[in-house]
Design a protein around this ligand. Sequence first.
Ligand code: SF4
Length: 404
Amino acid sequence: MVDDVTLNVDTAEHSEHAMHLDPSARAARTERDGLLKALDFDNAPFTIAWELTRACAYACQHCRAEAQPRRDPQELDTQDALRLIDQLAGFGTHPILVLTGGDPLMRRDLFEIASHATERGLRVALTPTATALPTRSRMARAREAGVRRVAFSLDAYEPEVHDRFRGFPGSFARTRASMANAAAEGLPLQINTTVCAQNVDQLERMAAMLTEWGIVQWSVFFLVPTGRGRDLEMLDAAGHERVLGWLHELTRTAPYDIKATAAPQYRRIAMQSGGTMPGAGYHFGDGLARPPKGVNDGRGFMFVSHRGEVMPSGFLPLSAGSVRQEDPVTIYRRAPLFRALRDPANLKGKCGDCEFREVCGGSRARAYAVTGDVFAEDPSCPYTPTGDRREERPLTAAHREDGT
Ligand code: SF4
């Protein structure tokens, strides 16, 4: 396991010793030091999602952003956006930057923003809405701007079920057409699916269908009842456990990687099955590797809203500060909310007692959405902790104390 890696890099000492190394050994050391830095979630997130706009032509039933047809006049403008990218590059770890929305293609400056992020060393992914906008020429511009992967949403095997979710007849066919345009430009594809009681019966047929679609990753989001998603029904705890167990089994045969989002107990299920965490540390040809240890809200992940508010995730609408007033790097590293979320000692209820709390910790977004307490136990997990601390994967003291 790499969850308990010791972060004990003395940079000055390393630099001095590195002078005496041959070039290949020096390169290997530089690469290893970079990996250790990227593993330190007190220092930098692995992934940043930036909601460029809330404007979107669709009105999806589960939309976290409660997207609207028009752009908000208070969105970050182009100059704000370019400055934000320069600040995010200050993490120094080349995090993944997901340009999301709403529909990011609703902004005319999208490709300027993506190009600038690529130039500053961020690894850019894009989540456009499958309208008429993701044409082949726009996908070509995305590729030229350095976008490494494009993710489209698909919530059902049956087109009419998907269209109902999206609030837009024909959106299933649009998704296929958009994927074809992206694939024709050589962009790797990801499918994002939001699971709730209304579409859980579609998953097995979707898994089979996606084997034919040439995707690199299926990212399965478990509904957090926030935004318009409040009107949908979450799976119960037993349902979460069953679907996550099934997904874990599927990793053995699926030709694509599988990621569970807003369901960190997936890591517990993987460990209990006696295996490693499937996908952890997985390296794709597009350079968007999977994190080598568990990411959770505010811990390896940060979200920037369309108005520049910095939050632990898009599903956890608590602002820790605004990029209009403060450097987002400082907010991530020092804001009390982020620091508290990275300390498992703050967890309550079963999650606080749980021997898996370091690798899991429960969905903080779901705990907040359901109970109003960001540190409450995650109601989607049926596990009863045993109190056996031998299962725990503690972080090091150095890792805990250096929150700056
Ligand atoms: S009780 Fe909480 S920390 Fe333990 S596995 Fe379940 S969600 Fe994770």
